[in-house]
Ligand binder design. Structure first.
Ligand SMILES: CC(C)(COP(=O)(O)OP(=O)(O)OC[C@H]1O[C@@H](n2cnc3c(N)ncnc32)[C@H](O)[C@@H]1OP(=O)(O)O)[C@@H](O)C(=O)NCCC(=O)NCCS
Length: 152
């Protein structure tokens, strides 16, 4: 694969993947929700690009002493090429530079093995369960990475 770049995500980036959110990125968020999030001052988003093409995106939302990972998605055709790992490492690095932040937290569908494995690989631990969190059907696992954890 050609060189992977990780950059701050812009509205223009979002506009360029507007029509492929559904097919290439698992319909993770609709355009309007995503745009609101991009404009939220407590949020930060990154994109992964190969040859200027967007192959992934990920974001965090800052609470008082915790950073929440709101999403991390690799385009379907580009999965298993370490793009998710590279984006997650960048989010961890962004969180580590925030002085008052002690932990990074996220929710993940209990059936989402690829994502759970990815998070575990980078030191996230299962700390709780939200029953029927997704569509009032699927459980969510809450995972946290303390700031003092070593990167793997
Ligand atoms: C989860 C996701 C972001 C991983 O992206 P990716 O670019 O394929 O990830 P990587 O290639 O960096 O893989 C990193 C690790 O994740 C795990 N992993 C990735 N895909 C996997 C799969 N299909 N099955 C099991 N483990 C998997 C492995 O531990 C892998 O490490 P390894 O390469 O050393 O085996 C991607 O599958 C995705 O976009 N899924 C849909 C969106 C989603 O569910 N996001 C999470 C929301 S909470």
């Amino acid at each position: 694969m050609d060189k992977l770049e990780i950059l701050k995500m812009t509205i223009s980036d979002l506009d360029s993947i507007k029509d492929s959110l559904l097919l290439d990125f698992d319909d993770f968020w609709n355009y309007n929700t995503f745009k609101t999030e991009l404009l939220n001052p407590n949020s930060k988003y990154i994109v992964a690009k190969v040859n200027k093409k967007i192959v992934g995106f990920a974001g965090i939302w800052k609470a008082v002493d915790d950073i929440h990972i709101t999403n991390i998605v690799t385009a379907k055709k580009f999965r298993k090429h370490h793009i998710g790992s590279t984006m997650l490492l960048k989010l961890i690095e962004m969180a580590e530079t925030e002085k008052e932040i002690n932990s990074i937290t996220l929710e993940v569908n209990a059936n989402n093995e690829p994502a759970i494995k990815l998070y575990e690989k980078f030191g996230f631990k299962k700390v709780g369960l939200r029953k029927k969190y997704y569509n009032n059907t699927y459980d969510a696992i809450i995972m946290t990475r303390r700031k003092t954890n070593e990167k793997k």
